[in-house]
Design a protein around this ligand. Structure first.
Ligand code: HAM
Length: 450
């Protein structure tokens, strides 16, 4: 071998490792546009960005995602660090750290660490960045992949328990997907109840018993899950198991009264927002922290890895990680899969929105009959690129205006019974209390004034 070719060989020796890849121009421009669209649409719903560390204590993921889940038991990149958590001293290697396989756990850790329960209203955060799972690589499945995620958290006593919050989070997600031109999607929803004996725990016991009866018809993975996590058997895609799984009992028939009501309310709220969905009783998700609402979005043309987004409610996770009584809900979109399914042309007309420039309007609604109109008004204003806060529950006008002021809203749009009847709404500028009555078609102009 000549000296020149030996040198060349040396130069080419390095390649990206299995399951990770470079994103080159012009594709990287598409990624930027997708991420920028998320920032803009999420801002209209009042979300702010949180930038999180890439690695955390392993224990954080074990406790939240769940020790027995595939993610934690098989897929994490874990290493020992010689730095004790919380100290800058170099000491013996006692601390196990992991590259983040997902970001909800980190958001919850940050929420607790920074005392965010003291903030007014619901805390709404989004994140954009890489996650790491040691999965078998294939189209749409990588070991370093990217997510765009959003989370809403609020201390108990806030309004976050309301299924209106679940529906608004899903509405934002659908608005973003529509914004980037991804319309050929299916939204799957389910409720997995909560962990009490009269709810999910009772169902899991029943499911386990039924699964033991049909054990011989299941593959090795599902057989193992009967003991560790029987709900995950429902997730199986193995063709040979489908007939058996189809005959298993449905969780919807075993929900407690409160969870059943919450699920019914979620469906009603999605309908109110004009969001089409399919109920999917097998949607249990692969992370342990969920309760009640779970959802996923599948898109066409992605082959077997067709889930572009997954999410759900995780009331109780904050307490589990040592924080105050708090409820939460959120989702994460797989950016790699999203980009795969988005047509570049669909993005070209994407409008620029101004939502980063502060809260434009607080929709103060009064009485349940006014809520559907309030939802519509918020949608119209957000579509125009304005950042809007729509509370999940109503309050007396004075209280609403107080909260609107605390949140820094420029305007309050008042929606009560009379306004709904007359289709004229009071728009109040909070800086000087000047107010005027406007028709729905004039709201965007009225609220756009700085
Ligand atoms: P997840 O379902 O594990 O949920 O991931 C969300 C999305 O990330 C998936 O639907 C998929 O699009 C993408 N994804 C996951 N693994 C890979 C991979 N190996 N390669 C490419 N894309 C992948 C979560 O991570 C939760 N933290 C979501 C959440 C937020 N729930 C509540 N808040």
């Amino acid at each position: 071998m000549s000296e020149g070719s030996a040198k060349k060989e040396e130069r080419c020796r390095f390649q990206a490792i299995k399951g990770v890849r470079d994103i080159l121009p012009p594709e990287s421009a598409l990624w930027n546009r997708v991420e920028q669209s998320a920032r803009e649409v999420f801002a209209t719903y009042g979300f702010g960005e949180i930038r999180l560390p890439i690695f955390e204590q392993t224990e954080l993921f074990a406790r939240s995602v769940g020790e027995h889940t595939d993610i934690v038991s098989k897929e994490m990149y874990t290493f020992l660090s010689n730095v004790e958590p919380g100290s800058s001293e170099q000491s013996v290697p006692t601390s196990s750290l992991s590259l983040r396989p997902e970001a909800t756990a980190s958001v919850v850790r940050a929420y607790i660490e920074h005392g965010m329960q003291m903030l007014p209203g619901n805390v709404k955060l989004y994140y954009v960045g890489p996650m790491f799972r040691r999965e078998r690589p294939q189209k749409g499945r990588y070991r370093q992949f990217y997510q765009i995620g959003a989370e809403v958290l609020s201390h108990s006593g806030g309004l976050i328990e309301d299924a209106r919050v679940d529906a608004e989070v899903i509405e934002m997600l659908m608005a973003f997907l529509a914004h980037v031109g991804l319309t050929q999607t299916t939204l799957h929803v389910n409720s997995i109840g909560h962990s009490a004996p009269e709810c999910r725990r009772g169902y899991v016991a029943r499911l386990r018993a039924e699964l033991l009866n049909v054990k011989d018809q299941l593959g090795a993975d599902s057989q193992r899950r009967i003991a560790t996590n029987p709900l995950r058997v429902l997730d199986s895609k193995l063709p040979s198991e489908q007939e058996t799984i189809a005959k298993l009992p449905h969780i919807a028939d075993h929900l407690c009264e409160d969870c059943r009501k919450h699920y019914a309310e979620l469906r009603a709220q999605l309908a109110l927002r004009g969001i089409a969905y399919e109920e999917n009783w097998r949607l249990v998700r692969g992370l342990d922290y969920y309760m009640r609402t779970t959802f996923e979005i599948t898109a066409m043309g992605l082959g077997s890895q067709n889930a572009v987004c997954g999410g759900g409610r995780y009331d109780g996770l904050v307490e589990l990680l040592g924080g105050p009584l708090t409820k939460g809900i959120g989702f994460a979109i797989g950016t790699d899969r999203l980009v795969l399914s988005v047509q570049e042309t669909a993005l070209q007309g994407a409008r620029k929105v101004e939502a980063e420039s502060g809260l434009a309007a607080y929709v103060a609604w009064m009485g349940d009959a006014a809520y559907p109109t309030a939802v519509r008004i918020a949608q119209v204003l957000r579509k125009a690129g304005l950042r809007v806060e729509l509370p999940a529950g109503d309050a007396k006008l004075g209280k609403s205006l107080g909260l609107a002021d605390k949140l820094g809203a420029r305007y309050a749009v008042i929606v009560g019974e009379n306004e709904v009847a007359s289709a004229e709404f009071v728009v109040k500028r909070l800086a000087d209390a000047e107010q005027k009555k406007v028709r729905e078609g004039e709201l965007v102009a009225a609220v756009s004034g700085k």
